[in-house]
Design a protein around this ligand. Structure first.
Ligand code: AMP
Length: 506
């Protein structure tokens, strides 16, 4: 394998006109407002144009979609036809993506770049009626973007034939493997002509990814525009200590206020936490919505649009739901839960600081997270200082009459204790389906809920947030210190009405 680094001669390319791209494609690039190729574009485009396989690792949000779509369009342009016959529009290039959001995003970009050419682009993904997609793919499409499962459905129904595919892109290949798509990928790969160009993009190069590349690529050129597994350099990463799990929600409210966060994506590890936390924030008068895999595609896209337009301030999301979202200028990402894998941390914080903008990544850390935190620190090669969430300043009017805020809240409030009842109902709902019919998500959620029920009563809802005014910000020595020993411990308990402190949105 050959490696190209950021310092290769190709990084001399500073203008799209330096690529041998057709005028129709150049016009689309100009329409999109791009002037200078990003590092991954400067390096990958000439390699793809020259016909070589690529194994690309780029920082998230650095323009990798254009780095493969533009040269593929150029290569298939001579074969493009303006005929209406489907036979004249076979699938010549296939892009596989792990999630519908990423597939839609790639397809949107591809349509933009192909708009002055006769090349047809389309996207197919699960979660919506196949009937809507069928006539589009049956009419013929040269550049098809798909999630693996839904593509196989279309192949089985005879809507799509892959025997003329010359270009295959595996986008976010690491995530496709994480999500268990390997068998689907292998079935699809076996249907493709052997004579083709294969481009693999992945945020991280795990041993599994290397194995995939070895099995399906020919002498790929490795292009790394950033240190492997590195996080975007324009993202500030901060870790905040929280006393324990039961204090996380109120600590989050306090953190949003303390750090004056106007818009953020908040990551949680389960669908139920996404729902519950969004509801909790709404009750605290924070303009929040949940984004998770149980929602329909239409619901997720509508929520996302509201977030993008600024109508929604806080999006509480699971990793799966958030994968592939490109929200320009998102200023902040908050890890309410640290992710189970350090690589997911890199993906999550890649949602902010996109396309050169500055971003912030804040994480809540409890004493149970020390191993995860150490793994993250090792992966991103950083040492984190554990910061403290300040106790809220006293607000006599509110602390004296907290119930008034509740009564005035816009969201109607039922007498409160829905958490336990909801949890029980959700457990019953999942348990109703036979174990072999449950997804990995369902099992994970079930385990989480059972653990949650094991904690007999959540005192969090019945008493206000308590923070430690004397807490300090110790410097962590991750190699030698357990997080638990460095967590700030409260000396005096000082109730703070954090639940109702966000009444006025900044
Ligand atoms: P991607 O990494 O492909 O998801 O791209 C991230 C964002 O960067 C998208 O919103 C693209 O439209 C944008 N973008 C891609 N290439 C360029 C470029 N050369 N100049 C400015 N923006 C770009």
């Amino acid at each position: 394998m050959t490696t190209v680094s950021t310092h290769s001669p190709t990084s001399d390319i500073t203008d799209f006109s330096q690529f041998a791209l057709d005028a129709k494609i150049q016009r689309a690039i100009a329409d999109a407002g791009y002037t200078t190729p990003t590092p991954i574009q400067a390096q990958a485009i000439p390699v793809v144009l020259a016909g070589q396989d690529v194994m690309g690792s780029a920082q998230t949000g650095t323009g990798k979609t254009a780095s493969f779509v533009l040269p593929i369009l150029q290569n298939i342009l001579p074969l493009a036809s303006s005929s209406t016959s489907p036979a004249r529009h076979p699938v010549r290039a296939l892009v596989l993506a792990p999630t519908r959001e990423l597939a839609v995003q790639v397809a949107d970009n591809a349509a933009l770049y192909a708009k002055h050419t006769p090349i047809r682009t389309a996207v197919v993904f699960g979660g919506m009626d196949m009937k809507v997609q069928t006539p589009i793919v049956r009419a013929g499409v040269e550049l098809l973007i798909a999630t693996p499962g839904r593509l196989l459905d279309h192949i089985e129904q005879g809507n799509v034939n892959l025997n003329q595919v010359q270009y295959l892109v595996l986008d976010e290949a690491d995530r496709m493997l994480d999500m268990g798509f390997l068998p689907d990928l292998q079935r699809i790969l076996n249907l493709l002509p052997k004579q083709r160009q294969t481009l693999l993009f992945s945020a991280t190069f795990s041993p599994e990814i290397r194995k995939l590349a070895e099995s399906y690529q020919k002498n790929p050129k490795i292009i790394e525009t950033a240190q492997r597994n590195a996080t975007a350099t324009n993202v500030t990463q901060e870790m905040f200590a929280v006393k324990d799990k039961n204090h996380k929600r109120s600590a989050l409210v306090q953190l949003l206020k303390q750090e004056t966060i106007d818009q953020a994506m908040i990551f949680v590890n389960t669908k139920i936490e996404a729902r519950d936390l969004a509801r909790f924030l709404q009750r605290a008068k924070i303009n929040a919505r949940a984004l998770h895999g149980d929602q329909t595609q239409a619901e997720r896209l509508a929520t996302l649009d509201e977030f993008k337009s600024g109508a929604v301030a806080i999006l509480v999301a699971t990793d799966v739901a958030a994968r592939g979202l490109d929200i320009a200028q998102m200023p902040c990402v908050v890890n309410f839960d640290l992710p189970y894998s350090a690589e997911d941390y890199v993906h999550r914080i890649g949602r902010t600081g996109r396309a050169g903008a500055n971003g912030r990544a804040l994480s809540l850390v409890t004493s149970l997270d020390d191993k995860l935190l150490a793994a993250i620190a090792k992966l991103v090669r950083m040492e984190f200082e554990l910061k403290t969430i300040r106790a809220e300043e006293e607000r006599p009017a509110r602390t004296e009459r907290p119930n008034r805020e509740v009564k005035d809240a816009r969201e109607p409030r039922a007498p409160f204790n829905p958490d336990r009842a909801n949890t029980e109902a959700r457990i019953r709902h999942i348990e109703r389906s036979a174990p072999h019919r449950r997804s990995a998500w369902d099992e994970e959620e079930l385990n989480y809920l059972r653990r949650k029920m094991a904690v007999s009563d959540d005192p969090f809802f019945s008493k206000p947030y308590e923070a430690n005014p004397d807490a300090h910000s110790p410097k962590m020595d991750l190699a030698h210190t357990h997080l638990s020993s460095t967590m700030p411990q409260p000396k005096t308990k000082k109730p703070v009405a954090a639940l109702f402190a966000m009444g006025k949105k900044k």
